[in-house]
Design a protein around this ligand. Structure first.
Ligand SMILES: Nc1nc2c(c(=O)[nH]1)N[C@H]1C(S)=C(S)[C@@H](COP(=O)(O)OP(=O)(O)OC[C@H]3O[C@@H](n4cnc5c(N)ncnc54)[C@H](O)[C@@H]3O)O[C@H]1N2
Ligand code: MOO
Length: 390
């Protein structure tokens, strides 16, 4: 059995970033930027007012000082003259600050009578002027690779960049295997259950920037399973569920081998998820996930998502871990790395008492995986442990 980190390294070595495409801004949220985006302008493009009030020419205006209002500068409409001593312009938030203005006094701090204003309050140190280029300057960069957030898209738009180069979305073919499976909404026979895993995995794939292609359920029949894998051949990543273990009806390994799988590993020292398999199948990457629902979801979180990130051009990186305080004692761990379903709150992390890998109801309540290294000794409440957020 291979360790989780060696298995991940093997998987990463099989992943090559997908091609790139240029897309308009409206379509790039969640995509991975493939080339640096370069600002085409300064922001703000002029010194601008941070408040509604009066722009004046005076270093330290005091209560009682008077100014004559000679014009107006509004957002989109600048005042083109230059201010002299004792003069003011009516100015609004975002408006260009005219030549000669040294500060903006907020309107709450003055009294206006006709064309005259009088300072009524002791003013703060703040000049209420945003400098030209104070947010970003022409030539500033958003560097690739980077998964673009909503905030990034707003910044790109402000930089006047209407389209960017991003990596293509990986197509992920998802194959459920097993005679016992029917689709949600169908009427299962007496020994049948619902094929839940493909739905959980599709949701994960879409959330991670991929395109999920759910294939028909493959029964426990070699030639039908082979035909299903052949249907998936043009995907970037083929993910099968179930049939990965040692039972008489566990046919995935045999079938992918007959199709020419270049196997990277089979069986990982982790719990759940031991019978995990990975390799190259033609032009596609292949991950054979175990069938137990929690095992499938956790191996997808730990292997499929990082692999999809690399396909999208991000650097190889395992699921991020964080420190947390253990809130209840846990017994010693065995030889496999254990990913315990847990709830993490502000004061610490608490694993569920039931950890069977068939329990989707527990996984659904969990918001974290408590990671127990192989042979980790028993731990007391109050000790520091590592968690992966779900
Ligand atoms: N003698 C041994 N038996 C088992 C071992 C072992 O080492 N020796 N490993 C166990 C572990 S660990 C796991 S995990 C399971 C994984 O087995 P498979 O990958 O072959 O999965 P299946 O047998 O096909 O299914 C297991 C379980 O999951 C249900 N299932 C399968 N697909 C789906 C789906 N798409 N949606 C919902 N549920 C699904 C299936 O009905 C079974 O109940 O093997 C252990 N056995
Ligand atoms: O490792 Mo299996 O994945 O425990 O249920």
């Amino acid at each position: 059995m291979i360790s989780v980190s060696d298995a991940l390294d093997n998987l990463f070595s099989l992943c090559t970033p997908l091609d790139t495409e240029r897309l308009p801004l409206r379509e790039v949220a969640g995509r991975v930027l493939a080339e640096d985006a370069v600002a085409k302008r300064d922001q703000p493009p002029f010194a601008s007012s941070a408040m509604d009030g009066y722009g004046v020419r005076a270093e330290h205006p005091q209560p009682g000082d008077r100014f004559t209002v000679i014009g107006e500068s509004a957002a989109g409409h600048s005042y083109d003259g230059t201010l002299g001593d004792g003069e003011a312009v009516r100015i609004f938030t975002g408006a260009p600050v005219p030549e000669g203005v040294t500060r903006v006094i907020i309107q709450e701090d003055v009294r206006r009578e006709g064309d005259a204003i009088t300072v009524t309050e002791t003013l703060s140190e703040n000049r209420n002027i945003r400098p030209l280029g104070g947010d970003f300057k022409s030539g500033d960069r958003i560097t690739a690779p980077r998964r673009l957030s909503a905030q990034d898209v707003a910044l790109l738009a402000a930089m006047n960049i209407p389209e960017v180069t991003v990596h293509k979305r990986p197509t992920v073919a998802i194959i459920s295997t097993g005679d016992e499976l029917v689709m949600p909404g169908e009427t299962p026979g007496p020994s049948q259950i619902i094929a839940s895993n493909a739905f959980g995995l599709s949701a994960m794939v879409e959330a991670a920037g991929g395109i999920a292609r759910m294939l028909p359920i493959a029964p426990d029949d070699e030639s039908l399973l082979r035909a299903t894998f052949e249907m998936a051949a043009d995907a970037d990543l083929i993910v099968s569920i179930g049939g990965a273990s040692v039972g008489d009806h566990d046919l995935v390994g045999k079938v992918v081998e007959s199709l020419g799988l270049d196997r990277a590993f089979y069986k990982v020292a982790m719990r759940p998820g031991k019978p995990l398999m990975a390799g190259r199948l033609g032009t596609a990457l292949m991950l054979g996930l175990p069938g137990n629902p929690v095992s499938a979801m956790i191996t997808a979180r730990l292997f499929m998502i990082p692999a999809m990130d690399v396909l999208q051009g991000l650097p190889p990186s395992p699921a991020p871990r964080h420190k947390a305080v253990l809130m209840a004692p846990v017994s010693a761990n065995g030889p496999r790395e254990h990913y315990m379903r847990a709830i993490q709150k502000s004061d610490g992390v608490q694993p569920f008492s039931r950890q069977d890998s068939s329990l989707l109801s527990i996984l659904s309540q969990a918001n974290a995986l408590l990671v127990r290294p192989p042979h980790d000794p028993a731990r007391e409440a109050g000790e520091t442990v590592e968690v992966i957020r779900l």
